[in-house]
Write a protein that binds this ligand. Structure first.
Ligand code: NAP
Length: 292
């Protein structure tokens, strides 16, 4: 059984990106610049954005952080998006989600110039991804594809089951696993209304769990020799930790791992790859790889 090490893979990819950036800069090119917009003081969002800024440093990117308080108006936030769209030095930017309830996330996402939408959430990028055109692919599914590729896990013709159908993980993951140039697999998507879910899971050669229910996938739901990718990262209270919580995956790792050919741990599996793929998208933005 192979434990898929997302932390080590992400570190390696960041080193590859940093080397490429130094090459670009030494050839007179521009250092890629990622901007992040953070609204309020949610602990999770603060951590994600801090880690994104640190990852930028590791990759040799320029980064900018723009902060607003919780009471920022939608118009003020949209004006900020407009400024970032127009700023020629900013190659790509993200608006950290979730946003306060009085702001429409969809409106903000659609206001971002799709050519700078390194999160890959804009409908233009989602649509292009769905029909297999070059575009920014959202970071979590992109990171999972990269792990499968780097660990040489055969996906073509395999049966893949995706648990969850969110716009940021389940749906794009299923799209990508189905497409010829990516997973080339036979894909089933399960959600809260799926009947016979355990049986569906048992049929999977590759099982990707993204539902946010700690320990939901048990050993009896996994085929012997399957590859299991655990996207779940739920904070569960843990008094023994300084933070007061630990991250729990959707898979009962201890029980499931012995049945698997390969499995991602939580933490240290999919999580570190997500930020790393945002860096790869920013590098692509700096190189104008997908759009002029
Ligand atoms: P989400 O928007 O809450 O979607 C959850 C999906 O799971 C929904 O489609 C829901 O079905 C389905 N679901 C929930 N309970 C279920 C059950 N008992 N049986 C079957 N399906 C069920 O979540 P998300 O944003 O996709 O995130 C999922 C998990 O991944 C969370 O733990 C999140 O923290 C984690 N995550 C991790 C990363 C990373 O970088 N590692 C990135 C993003 C998300 P319905 O559609 O029917 O409601």
């Amino acid at each position: 059984m192979t434990i898929i090490d997302g932390k080590a893979t992400a570190a390696q990819i960041k080193a590859e990106i940093a080397a490429e950036v130094e090459q670009i800069v030494s050839n007179g090119g521009k250092r890629p610049h990622l901007a992040a917009v953070l609204v309020g003081h949610d602990g999770g969002s603060e951590t994600y954005v801090r880690n994104k800024v640190l990852a930028c440093e590791a990759c040799g990117f320029r980064s900018s952080l723009i902060r607003f308080e919780d009471d920022v108006t939608e118009d003020e936030l949209l004006a900020c998006v407009g400024r970032l769209n127009a700023d020629a030095d900013v190659d790509g930017f993200i608006v950290q989600l979730p946003l306060p309830r009085h702001i429409s996330e969809q409106k903000v996402i659609e206001a971002i110039d799709y050519r700078k939408d390194v999160d890959g959430f804009h409908p233009v990028n989602v649509g292009r991804m769905a029909i297999g055109l070059p575009c920014y692919i959202s970071a979590t599914p992109k990171g999972i594809l990269e792990l499968l590729k780097r660990y040489r896990i055969e996906t073509a013709g395999k049966k893949c089951v995706v648990l969850g159908r969110s716009n940021i993980v389940g749906k794009p993951m299923a799209q990508l696993m189905m497409q010829k140039q990516y997973g080339d697999a036979t894909v089933t998507v399960c959600h809260s209304r799926t009947q016979g879910l355990a049986e569906e899971c048992r049929s999977a050669d590759i099982l990707i769990a993204a539902i946010g229910r700690p320990g939901f996938v048990t050993a009896d739901m996994v085929k012997e020799g399957a590859t299991v990718i655990d996207v779940g990262t739920t904070r569960v209270p843990d008094a023994s930790r300084k933070s007061g919580f630990r991250l729990a995956g959707d898979v009962d790792f201890e029980a499931v791992a012995p049945r698997c050919a390969a499995i991602t741990p939580v933490p240290g599996g999919v999580g570190p790859m997500t930020i790393c793929m945002l860096m790869l998208n920013t590098l692509a933005a700096g190189k104008r790889e997908y759009y002029e």
